[in-house]
Design a protein. Structure first.
Length: 137
């Protein structure tokens, strides 16, 4: 015999889902950036002392009404280059943007290229990690 589920029970389940959903998606986004995007961008970053490469960090997730945000950043924690003593934050943007620089290992646009390449797949991968049908990125 089928069981009739009450309206208040269903409202409770929907409310719990709405409260839990941002946390689950935020964790999936954090994991995706940390396990896939970060290592790939680190593989592409120009290497000398490895200070820039090792400065990669995933920030977040930041959960607010209607949005979940996480970020992959470089030089966000005040790292210094052991060879020069210079803060990585002072040269990370030119390192990323200078298309004319010749790097024996790595390339310019090491972060942008990774994110551009994964843009069309990112939502599906985050949804799979979160165990939901669709995530809009």
């Amino acid at each position: 015999m089928a069981k009739l589920i009450g309206l208040s029970y269903m409202k409770g389940r929907l409310l719990r889902f709405a409260q839990e959903y941002p946390r689950v998606v935020g964790q999936a986004l954090y994991d995706e950036l940390n396990e896939i995007e970060k290592p790939e961008s680190q593989r592409r970053i120009p290497k000398d002392t490895h200070a820039a490469e090792l400065s990669a960090v995933v920030l977040g997730p930041d959960i607010r009404p209607g949005r979940v945000v996480a970020a992959l950043a470089y030089a966000a924690q005040g790292e210094t280059n052991p060879k020069t003593g210079e803060l990585v934050e002072t040269y990370i943007v030119p390192l990323h943007e200078n298309l004319d620089a010749i790097h024996p290992v790595g390339e310019a646009k090491f972060l942008e290229s990774v994110m551009n390449e994964s843009e069309r797949f990112l939502g599906d991968r985050i949804a799979r990690r979160a165990g939901v049908e669709k995530v809009i990125v």
